[in-house]
Design a protein around this ligand. Structure first.
Ligand SMILES: Cc1ncc(COP(=O)(O)O)c(C=O)c1O
Length: 415
């Protein structure tokens, strides 16, 4: 059976050239980069080369602005909590958006428990916020604004420059979570006008467990973990050297091929979007129709459960994901889909398909052939069909609003 991996926003395979580079640092060059002997020095060189590769990829001014982390989540925690604690004397107010990944919402929620006030801006139907919304939310206590560069679930790209200009005017620190954009679309810290930017290696054919935080020189910030002097004391602990060199190589390769790859994947994306919207009724495209990530397609199919669709596509060898995150341990529909105004029932019929470097036109055609009969079959069997009045809770098939749901709460764990 054909195998089609369409879940690149969740993770990507490690590029062979990245794996080769990493292997060297797992075997021959195993020293501790803090050691001053030859074994350590050669490894230090590898780490600093990776830092240069990141500087080049995002247009930073110097290697001193890059700290390596264990991934996008740790980097966002460092950015948000590090700014909050360091600027507490100036104010306690943070602004973010309802579309953020939990890597950003999680630390914001924690900061709220610690006495900070967080404004979460609502999204429009495309998942966007306006610069005006940001301007109106600012108070004299605002110390940080955090808006993602592109949304992982619905692919919408945000007008970061326009928003960061407002932050700059009001002298407020600005962070963007660029986990879904670095290596996919142009990312330049000066053009975006950000103070902090965070991303992860495993979305760009690098290893899992490696990421980076960019921090503009002069940004008021403090570490959130303490220990040794590694990473200029910003992220203490012996460095994950294979992960760091893998990230450096991955970001370099992704940027080399970015333009042609983005064009190719946008072509696939647009074909899938128009074919599906033309041929499958009761389908909603989620996210922005134009300002969206190149290989990113997301829909909600009415009267369908995302998990069943995911499993039936899986039986055809096609790997996609659904925002109705049963598969990721949660019974709640995605917070992003409800934030763009979809009801729980509609949000439960979501599908996210994210393409990458090994996908071909044949994969696209295979998917387009496989999908319609699956949707038709599921709709035939569906208790959520037109005319029904299903329970608002997606996992139940009982058409009675009053019954005892009996399922426990799960922590969201989204990708
Ligand atoms: C937008 C966004 N931010 C942050 C993360 C977290 O990155 P990591 O898995 O490296 O912790 C992800 C990963 O799914 C993401 O999509």
């Amino acid at each position: 059976m054909r195998k089609v991996y369409f879940d690149h926003a969740a993770t990507t395979p490690v590029h062979p050239a990245v794996a080769e580079e990493m292997m060297k640092y797992l075997t021959e060059d195993f020293g501790n980069p803090s050691s001053i002997h030859a074994f350590g020095r050669v490894v230090r060189k590898g780490v600093e080369h990776a830092r240069q590769q990141v500087v080049a990829a995002i247009g930073a001014s110097s290697v001193g602005e890059i700290a390596f982390t264990s991934g996008g989540t740790e980097a966002a925690n460092m950015a948000i909590r590090g700014v909050a604690y360091a600027n507490r004397h100036k104010g306690n107010h943070i602004i973010t958006t309802a579309g953020e990944h939990n890597a950003v919402l999680g630390p914001c929620k924690q900061l709220e428990k610690e006495g900070f006030a967080v404004t979460v801006l609502p999204l429009d139907q495309y998942g966007l916020i306006t610069p005006q919304q940001v301007a109106e939310a600012i108070t004299d206590k605002t110390i940080l604004i955090s808006v993602m560069h592109a949304n992982n679930e619905i692919g919408t790209i945000y007008p970061i420059r326009e928003i960061s200009e407002i932050a700059k005017e009001r002298k407020i620190i600005f962070h963007t979570d660029a986990t879904q954009t670095v290596g996919h679309i142009p990312v330049n810290v000066d053009e975006l006008g950000v103070n902090l930017l965070t991303f992860s290696a495993h979305k760009i054919y690098g290893p899992k467990g490696a990421g980076a935080m960019y921090i503009r020189k002069g940004t008021f910030w403090q570490p959130i973990t303490y220990g040794g002097g590694q990473e200029r004391r910003r992220r203490p602990g012996t460095e994950n050297v294979p992960g760091i060199v893998g990230l450096g190589k991955a970001v370099e390769l992704a940027c080399e091929n970015m333009k042609s790859e983005a064009e190719r994947l946008s072509g696939y994306r647009d074909r899938i979007i128009s074919e599906v919207l033309d041929n499958i009724p009761n389908t909603i495209l989620t996210g922005h129709p134009v300002n969206r990530l190149p290989g990113h397609v997301s829909f909600c199919f009415r009267f369908i459960e995302g998990e069943s669709m995911l499993l039936m596509l899986d039986m055809k060898g096609i790997a996609i994901s659904s925002g109705s995150a049963c598969t990721s341990g949660s019974l709640e529909p995605s917070h992003v889909l409800t934030a763009i105004g979809l009801t729980k029932e509609v949000a439960h019929g979501s599908l996210r398909l994210t393409m990458g470097k090994d996908n071909t036109q044949e994969d696209v055609e295979y998917f387009l052939e496989a999908l319609p009969p699956i949707i038709a079959r599921l709709r035939e069997m569906s208790p959520l069909g037109e005319g029904c009045n299903p329970c608002a809770c997606s996992t139940c098939t009982i058409h009675d609003e009053e019954h005892d749901h009996g399922h426990g709460e799960f922590e969201e764990d989204e990708i």
